[in-house]
Design a protein around this ligand. Structure first.
Ligand SMILES: Nc1ncnc2c1ncn2[C@@H]1O[C@H](COP(=O)(O)OP(=O)(O)OP(=O)(O)O)[C@@H](O)[C@H]1O
Length: 243
């Protein structure tokens, strides 16, 4: 088996007595797209945030996180980013007052040998809309365009593994498909992506593997072909319909 790009063991996040996340093992292989699904409050954001070493509030966090075999679990978020782990948080991370071009310029390509960030031509090939809106402030973009900009900024950093927290939130269905198809294209070029999605239906169309979280624990996981008819996944669909 190929060595994972990203691997976490005994990952635990607790807010006082409340354990928000307890995951014995999760791994991401090179060129793999893993979807993390689950209801509101299941711990999806807590998981990707903990992998990056970031958290809302002040929980106690423990566990091992390895990136390309190197232990990064005790590092600060910016050190993990410098090593090639990048998070696009829920709602995207862009500078609202800066233009698209300025936002892209502010994301500096990696300095380390062996990794290179997407250049402008590659970004515009992936998201042609961004080229048309280079001089627009990020605040004037649509939700979908802003999400594309956030992903483009992350790609400038030349990630080894990309964590995406609900990129489809608030987007029209056609845009959800556009964004997720672009993510799939990146994975097909060998990027490794952990995709948090509440939109199970859309996630199933693009991921290789699904991980189902409930109350901070993995209750099911496997290749998407095996998981798509799992009653627990169907239940997650229904939860989504009710949300
Ligand atoms: N700052 C905090 N203080 C206390 N509890 C928190 C804090 N942040 C998150 N939690 C708890 O951790 C659990 C997981 O929350 P998390 O945001 O990871 O869920 P999620 O699956 O991403 O949900 P959503 O789909 O609604 O974004 C929840 O029970 C939540 O109440």
């Amino acid at each position: 088996m190929t060595a994972p790009v990203l691997e976490a063991r005994d990952l635990r996040v607790a807010y006082g007595g409340h354990v928000a996340l307890e995951i014995p093992h999760i791994a991401l292989a090179p060129g793999e797209l893993v979807g993390v699904v689950g209801a509101n409050g299941a711990g999806k954001s807590t998981l990707v945030n903990a992998l990056l070493g970031w958290s809302r509030g002040a929980p106690s966090v423990s566990g091992s996180v390895r990136l390309d075999g190197e232990e990064i679990g005790a590092m600060a978020p910016h050190q993990r980013v410098a090593r090639g782990l990048t998070l696009v948080p829920e709602g995207g991370a862009v500078f609202m007052r800066l233009t698209v071009a300025e936002n892209l310029a502010a994301a500096r390509p990696p300095r380390s040998a062996g990794r290179r960030g997407h250049d402008e031509a590659e970004i515009y090939a992936l998201f042609p809309r961004l080229r048309e809106r280079l001089d627009h402030a990020a605040s004037a973009l649509s939700g979908g365009e802003r999400q594309m900009l956030a992903i483009a900024r992350a790609l400038r950093l030349g990630p080894r593994a990309l964590l995406l927290d609900e990129p489809s939130i608030g987007l029209a269905p056609r845009l959800v498909a556009d964004v997720l198809r672009a993510v799939r294209g990146l994975v097909d070029e060998n990027l490794s992506v952990l995709l948090v999605e509440q939109n199970v239906r859309a996630a199933i169309e693009v991921v290789d593997r699904l991980v189902l979280l409930e109350r901070g624990r993995i209750i099911a996981q496997g290749p998407v072909a095996e998981m798509r008819d799992d009653p627990r996944i169907l239940e997650a669909y229904l939860g989504e319909a009710a949300a």
